[in-house]
Ligand binder design. Structure first.
Ligand code: HEC
Ligand code: HEC
Ligand code: HEC
Ligand code: HEC
Ligand code: HEC
Length: 496
């Protein structure tokens, strides 16, 4: 190798020149990087500039917004109205009425407040006003339990708890035993108030403090119904592979109950914060609000729990007595968390926030969109991060699932309405009430299932096959009821 020509590099003048050029280039690069970094840093500082000292008493989201203006702006934009084929509530001043859109619901819910007023959900900004104004509240007595999911009540609960004698002060961290005692005592007390008295204790719809720790902005769950519900779910034998921290807790010594704020991963919390409200629940006057998760999250597991549950007076659980048939039936409410739990997305670790609060870039900063709404309005951020299909194709896949679910749901509602009409006719014809008992059970089962899918707000998307399974069962139970009535010799009812 020694007889090789001297490489260009070894010639000192070339080396000097190169060195100078490299240095110059490096200087330019470094300066460019520096200016970019410093402007990014300035932007980053802006997002987390601590203008306000947030603590466990800061309820007003506008104060949090001084430190986090981007998240606050987006949060306020939940007041913007929209429409997709099955989502949103339209752009009118008043939300769309679900009972006007589908008059069968008036028959199905006859005798219950939902037959009077039942609307499409709309943005989070409206949650408190819509609750205060619904005829279900203004014309029927409701309890303070309603407030659990329609207001920022973390502080209101703790204050009520302190008033009732719970230990400590409001300054204590939310996770402290004293704060937890305050929260639960206040929750119990406020659930027992009338709605009119309870709603005076709150000012804001769900706010930052309900999902975030004011000290470090970590995600947290604060709603008592969820904190208790997730404990009974953890204690159940039902496998929950989509919630690995529960599976892990079950394998441990179980010395302390499962605690989402201690045990859950960040990815799990990105769904659990929504599961604080987007769930089936009981919140009537006969018991403190609870989530029926003791057997698991599936439709028949919740049903089995209700069937085993006895009110204080010893009577089996029911939501209302159907006005036309007299059957004691169940009402389902928005089981999004439960339906999502049965789908392939949950199983693949995809959270509610992944689709409903996608990351958005603002300059150099990546933030979570606090403009919670239909993911179909932002397919590129909500879906195309994982699915490499064109936007139109992805939307078409969603609508195909929803159209199929709707068609099956229509059949299931028809089956329930037919059964109701048949039972009514049988009663008028004087058929023995005792003989009708098994048929009331079939109405209860069919109604519960069709309602579970209808009240769930994704029109099947969150778990398409599960939705179809449930609706198939609803149709079957409804028609079984009609067959049983025919066998009893009940009169035929002409189809309308
Ligand atoms: C894989 C993405 C994805 C995940 C994960 C997901 N959703 Fe959805 N969600 C959708 C789609 C798509 C729709 C249908 C939107 C439409 O029809 O406009 C929807 C609809 C909804 C709606 C009705 C929206 C409207 O515009 O009226 C609510 C409420 C909802 N989801 C809540 C949740 C909750 C709570 C979770 C977690 C427990 C969750 N979603 C998980 C994609 C998702
Ligand atoms: C404190 C209870 C609560 C929590 C927590 C909550 N929601 Fe909601 N959500 C509601 C209520 C109540 C409404 C309906 C408000 C109305 O119709 O006035 C709603 C409406 C929605 C809608 C319909 C929006 C529209 O404009 O039509 C979507 C989508 C939604 N929520 C998704 C989520 C997701 C995703 C999460 C978690 C990141 C979440 N929600 C957390 C209570 C909650
Ligand atoms: C466990 C949480 C939770 C509780 C408790 C709760 N809600 Fe809601 N509510 C929601 C969620 C989530 C939505 C949005 C999804 C939907 O509309 O299906 C909603 C939507 C609504 C709406 C708008 C749509 C409609 O149904 O007309 C009204 C009004 C409402 N709730 C009233 C009440 C009343 C009255 C009570 C007490 C009897 C109550 N809520 C208790 C979570 C809850
Ligand atoms: C329904 C629950 C919920 C509410 C209410 C909520 N957030 Fe968030 N927030 C989230 C979720 C989910 C994330 C994503 C966190 C993660 O992935 O670690 C987040 C993230 C954040 C972050 C971290 C940076 C980012 O954007 O990812 C900030 C800052 C923040 N939120 C501020 C706020 C402020 C300010 C408010 C009130 C105006 C608020 N949040 C209300 C659920 C919520
Ligand atoms: C974080 C990643 C992720 C995001 C975000 C996501 N998906 Fe998926 N999606 C998956 C995975 C994983 C599967 C399971 C199939 C697979 O493994 O390829 C799946 C399956 C599906 C399926 C077929 C399964 C079914 O339930 O019928 C559809 C349709 C779908 N996704 C649509 C969407 C839409 C629409 C969005 C946005 C609203 C979305 N996905 C967002 C990861 C994601």
């Amino acid at each position: 190798m020694t007889d090789q020509p001297t490489p260009l590099f070894s010639r000192s003048w070339v080396r000097m020149g190169l060195l100078a050029a490299v240095t110059a280039l490096a200087t330019v690069l470094v300066m460019a990087m520096y200016s970019s970094i410093s402007s990014r840093k300035a932007e980053a500082r802006q997002t987390s500039l601590r203008l306000v000292d947030l603590d466990e008493k800061t309820v007003d989201p506008a104060l949090w917004g001084k430190n986090f203006p981007r998240q606050f702006d987006a949060y306020q934009r939940t007041a913007e109205k929209y429409n997709t084929k099955y989502g949103g509530a339209g752009s009118e001043a008043l939300p769309k009425s679900r009972i006007q859109e589908d008059p069968r619901l008036v028959t199905i819910f006859d005798g219950y407040a939902f037959a009077i007023d039942f609307n499409q959900r709309r943005g989070h900004a409206y949650m408190l006003d819509d609750q205060r104004n619904t005829k279900r509240v203004t014309t029927k007595p409701q309890t303070g339990a309603c407030m659990h999911c329609h207001a920022s009540n973390t502080v209101a609960y703790r204050e009520a708890g302190l008033k009732g004698g719970a230990p400590g002060t409001l300054d204590e961290a939310f996770s402290s035993p004293n704060a937890q005692a305050q929260l639960m005592a206040g929750f119990e007390a406020i659930c027992k108030l009338t709605y009119a008295d309870a709603t005076k204790l709150v000012k804001h719809p769900m706010a930052c403090i309900d999902c975030h720790d004011p000290k470090n902005m970590a995600l947290r769950v604060t709603k008592p119904g969820f904190l208790r519900g997730i404990v009974v779910l953890a204690n159940s034998p039902e496998p929950v592979p989509h919630l690995p921290s529960i599976e892990k807790w079950r394998k441990g010594d179980k010395a302390a109950p499962y605690d989402a704020n201690r045990d859950a991963s960040r990815q799990e919390l990105r769904s659990m914060v929504c599961g604080q409200c987007h769930v089936e629940y009981y919140c009537g006057p006969k018991a403190t609000l609870f989530f029926p998760w003791n057997n698991g999250l599936k439709v028949e597991q919740e049903e089995a729990f209700y069937n085993d549950y006895k009110f204080a007076d010893g009577h089996r659980f029911f939501d209302w007595k159907h006005a036309r048939t007299g059957a004691e039936v169940l009402k389902a409410q928005h089981p999004e968390f439960e339906m999502w739990s049965q789908g392939v997305h949950a199983r693949s670790g995809v959270s509610c926030a992944d689709c409903h609060m996608p990351y958005v870039r603002d300059g150099a900063i990546k933030i979570s969109s606090h403009h919670v709404r239909s993911p179909l309005l932002d397919v590129s951020r909500s879906c195309q991060t994982c699915h490499r299909f064109p936007e139109e194709e992805l939307k078409a896949r969603v609508v195909a699932i929803q159209d199929r679910t709707k068609a099956l749901m229509d059949r299931a509602e028809d089956a329930v309405v037919d059964l109701i009409n048949n039972i009514e006719a049988a009663k008028k014809a004087g058929l023995d009430e005792a003989k009708l008992q098994p048929i009331f059970e079939l109405q209860r089962k069919a109604q519960w299932r069709v309602d579970w899918v209808n009240a769930e707000n994704s029109m099947g998307f969150h778990a398409p096959q599960e939705a179809a399974r449930i609706l198939g069962e609803a149709i079957d139970f409804g028609r079984q009821g009609q067959v049983a009535l025919r066998d009893l010799g009940a009169p035929k009812v002409a189809k309308k």
